[in-house]
Design a protein around this ligand. Structure first.
Ligand code: GLU
Length: 501
């Protein structure tokens, strides 16, 4: 950075002796939004790609809105995504503490230093007066900014007023000149300090401003790269001035675009799920979430769309991050989620869908769980779809009122039911793995074929008899997962139904 005051700060060249250090700095005032999760992801990928360190810093200076419960939620969501930081309030580190609320001494020391070096000054102007002047500037067509009334005060008078206990804020004396930096995503960006008034670094209530605390922390934690949303670009100018005034090199900055809803507006609740917790509850998998968030602005070098976190670490490059706004497309996320669901083993899937099934009152027997999972796997877009497809394993029905029941009144259906009863009564266990169930079903099919009954004439009556529906999972899953007792009872009922009893 260069200012015409002659303050220079050379950004580190991508690591220096200590290597890349990035930070994710959420405020614990709510749950982890997909936009923040993507910021965390890009920082994580950048750190891992360069063999660096990711720091988690909790920006909890807004004491009214920050809570430990929100902080715990952020940590849980980051861990769920697989984005654990190397340093942070939970794991500690050499640059502790990692909560801004615990770093007041460091901010106070930095304020003292800026005051001593003439980079900051106390301001006694009351808010009403500032508002009045602002209105006046606006009325005269001027850009509102602090008019430096208190910079002109006599130092002895300032000391006397402070000693008398008059409340004062501390303002940063903004140097003249341009602030220029080479954004890692946007390229060169320049701000004229003309547009930046002397801003407050410490408020009259004793709190420190965001821009100031961030700089003290980024400097103190030796952050080399700041990757964050482009809503912070204007803050960057202020922050670089502070780095220079503190005699510290500023980090490299990269500002990614924001995530917008398909209607072009800010992504908000009215568009559906927006927080990582919402998506987790709906049954999106962390691998799909991470994959999708990466692709929101980052364009891989080839046509691939499916990337594991490890592959992303390998391939991620800020140079391929687009400057255009990212449009959140839940359909694409769902498509990816389906791909990841298809990759799960029956045991993994049955564990993941168990809570959704339980909530819907579906609690398969332990030996039945994996058959149910496999049976529904191909249909799931999200895990919360599971009850809709799995209910066929537990629903009771009265065959007489089922769709397709009338079509059972054929001579063939009766034969099929008798054959099936013969074969299934020899089932070696209550529930069978799908392959064994398939073998039994094929025996029924073979026996029917010998009697000239084939294809749909076998499968359709069996499906209706066993499930009370005309559609559903592959029939052998039903044979494996319904339970021998249920199967035989339903076949008996079906045989009686076609016999007109
Ligand atoms: N706490 C700030 C936020 O959540 C961090 C901004 C930054 O990365 O500097 O927006």
């Amino acid at each position: 950075m260069t200012t015409t005051d002659g303050q220079t700060g050379t950004p580190p060249d991508g690591g220096g002796a200590g290597g890349v250090r990035v930070r994710f700095a959420p405020s614990p005032t709510g749950s982890l939004h997909v936009g923040s999760a993507r910021t965390a992801l890009y920082n994580f990928l950048y750190a891992r790609h360069h063999g660096g360190t990711m720091v988690l810093r909790i920006e909890d200076t807004d004491l009214k809105r920050s809570t430990r419960a929100h902080e715990a939620g952020l940590l849980r969501d980051l861990a769920w995504l697989g984005l654990r930081a190397d340093e942070g309030p939970d794991v500690g580190g050499a640059y502790a503490p990692y909560r801004q609320s615990e770093r007041g001494g460091l901010y106070e020391a930095a304020v003292g230093r800026l005051l001593a070096d003439g980079w900051a000054y106390p301001c006694f102007c009351p808010q009403e007066l500032l508002d009045e002047r602002r209105q006046g500037q606006l009325a005269r067509g001027l850009m509102p900014k602090y008019d430096r009334t208190c910079l002109a005060l006599d130092p002895a008078a300032v000391r006397a007023r402070l000693a008398a206990g008059e409340p004062a804020a501390i303002r940063f004396r903004v140097p003249a000149g341009d602030v220029t930096f080479d954004d890692l995503i946007h390229g060169p960006i320049s701000f004229s300090s003309e547009v930046i008034g002397d801003f407050i670094i410490k408020r009259t209530d004793g709190g420190y401003s965001y821009n100031f605390a961030v700089v003290v922390d980024d400097a103190g934690m030796e952050i080399t790269h700041v990757i964050r949303g482009e809503d912070h670009i204007t803050n960057t100018a202020r922050q670089m001035m502070l780095f220079a005034a503190l005699g510290r090199p500023a980090p490299c900055y990269g500002h990614h675009s924001l995530i917008l809803a398909p209607d072009g507006g800010k992504l908000s609740k009215r568009h559906g799920a927006t927080s990582i917790g919402d998506f987790r509850k709906l049954g999106y998998l962390p691998a799909a979430m991470v994959n999708y968030l990466a692709l929101l602005s980052w364009h891989p070098a080839d046509e691939r769309e499916k990337f594991s976190l490890t592959e992303l670490v390998e391939e991620f490059d800020l140079g391929r991050v687009s400057r255009s706004p990212a449009i959140f497309d839940v359909k694409k996320l769902s498509w990816l989620n389906g791909l990841y669901i298809r990759e799960l083993t029956p045991s993994q899937l049955s564990d993941l869908i168990a809570p959704y099934l339980a909530e819907a009152g579906i609690e398969p027997a332990p030996v039945q769980r994996e058959v149910v999972a496999e049976a529904v796997q191909a249909n799931l877009v999200v895990l919360s779809d599971a009850p809709r497809y799995a209910s066929v394993f537990v629903d009771h029905f009265d065959l007489a009122t089922c769709p397709g029941a009338e079509s059972l009144h054929t001579p063939e259906a009766g034969v099929v039911f008798d054959l099936a009863r013969g074969v299934f009564s020899a089932m070696p266990a209550e529930y069978l793995p799908p392959l064994e169930a398939k073998e039994l079903l094929l025996r029924v099919v073979g026996a029917a074929k010998e009697r000239g009954i084939k294809g749909r004439a076998v499968y359709h009556p069996l499906r209706v008899a066993l499930t009370g529906r005309e559609e559903g999972p592959e029939l052998f899953y039903m044979v494996g997962g319904l339970g021998k007792g249920v199967i035989l009872a339903r076949l008996e009922a079906a045989a009686a139904f076609v016999a007109g009893q």
